[in-house]
Design a protein around this ligand. Structure first.
Ligand code: SAM
Length: 282
């Protein structure tokens, strides 16, 4: 392949790569925190890349943004206060604000430039940014959670980059303990947890750290995401209270549009493959 015509993310540690044919590079810059690139692709619309890793494309972001938000929001009994740690492209924020129970949604991304670029190249993801319930903060999510008072929030969504660079601490027991301390009684964290095919060890370590931070109930959900390594991604929910059921009736009667999520997709995402059950003794 001619590298000037293709963007390729190499996941060297897993021996895999994913490519998209590009029309042109629209932008690149070194922000204070990371190297940001925007491409126009042949068939996936615009593509954001951070430090060489694909983050979001126009065509397939709905899988990730919907599955990072709706399963947790339809599991919590009455989610009013939601924080999104990372998520600077604003796609998860847009999905969270679709829930009428939500009174406050705060997005805390360390890098303001990600959001400013999303406003230009992914305006459809930013269309709810002026919702009066939304707040955008540009600081380190680790510090934000550490400094928060008890009972400040109902759901924390960790929509971060991979566990390297500024996101590394978002995958630690200390961070989950800080989350536990500022969550309300039925509070939960949901975090993107990579690919069960390629990163099973990481998911296991996350689940162990969440458990030892005090979260007694864990659930890993699976969904497609062709942009990310292996094309099969996951999110892990860590909750203070029972997770065996979600608000199925509310999900079935949801009063907003989605592209992927519905009540049957939610049920299907909860199904655990045999090798996952074996690895996590569930
Ligand atoms: N969907 C993407 C994925 O899984 O690859 C994540 C997209 S989102 C753009 C990731 C965001 O996490 C980036 O904007 C980055 O700035 C942010 N981030 C990384 N570390 C962070 C931290 N410690 N606090 C807040 N935001 C952080």
């Amino acid at each position: 392949m001619n590298p000037s015509e293709w963007f390729t993310e190499q996941a060297a540690d897993t021996g895999t790569a994913f490519s998209l044919k590009i029309k042109q590079k629209l932008h690149e810059e070194q922000s204070e925190f990371q190297f940001l690139e925007i491409y126009e692709t042949e068939s996936f619309g615009n593509l954001m890349v951070i430090d060489g890793c694909t983050m979001v494309s126009t065509r397939d972001n709905f899988f990730y943004h919907e599955m990072m938000s709706h399963p947790a929001l339809f599991t919590h009994p009455n989610p009013k206060r939601v924080w999104i740690i990372g998520g600077g492209d604003c796609g998860t924020l847009k999905e969270v604000l679709k829930h009428s129970t939500v009174e406050e949604a705060v997005q805390i991304d360390i890098d303001e430039r990600v959001t400013r670029l999303a406003e230009i190249y992914f305006p459809e993801l930013c269309e709810s940014n002026n919702d009066p319930r939304a707040q955008l903060k540009f600081i380190d999510g680790i510090k934000w959670v550490k400094d928060a008072a008890p009972n400040s929030v109902d759901i924390i969504i960790v929509d971060s980059t991979d566990p390297i660079g500024p996101a590394q601490g978002l995958f630690s027991k200390a961070f989950y303990q800080d989350c536990f301390n500022c969550l309300s009684e039925n509070g939960m964290v949901v975090q993107q947890s990579e690919s069960a095919l390629l990163h099973l060890k990481l998911i296991g370590e996350m689940r162990d750290a969440m458990g030892s931070a005090g979260f007694s109930h864990l659930q890993t959900l699976f969904f497609p995401q062709c942009l990310y390594p292996s094309g099969w991604w996951s999110a892990t929910i860590a909750s203070k209270t029972e997770l065996s059921q979600f608000r199925e009736l509310d999900s079935a009667n949801k009063a907003f549009d989605t592209v992927f999520y519905n009540v049957d997709i939610h049920k299907a995402a909860l199904a655990q493959p045999e090798f996952v059950k074996k690895a996590f003794s569930i």
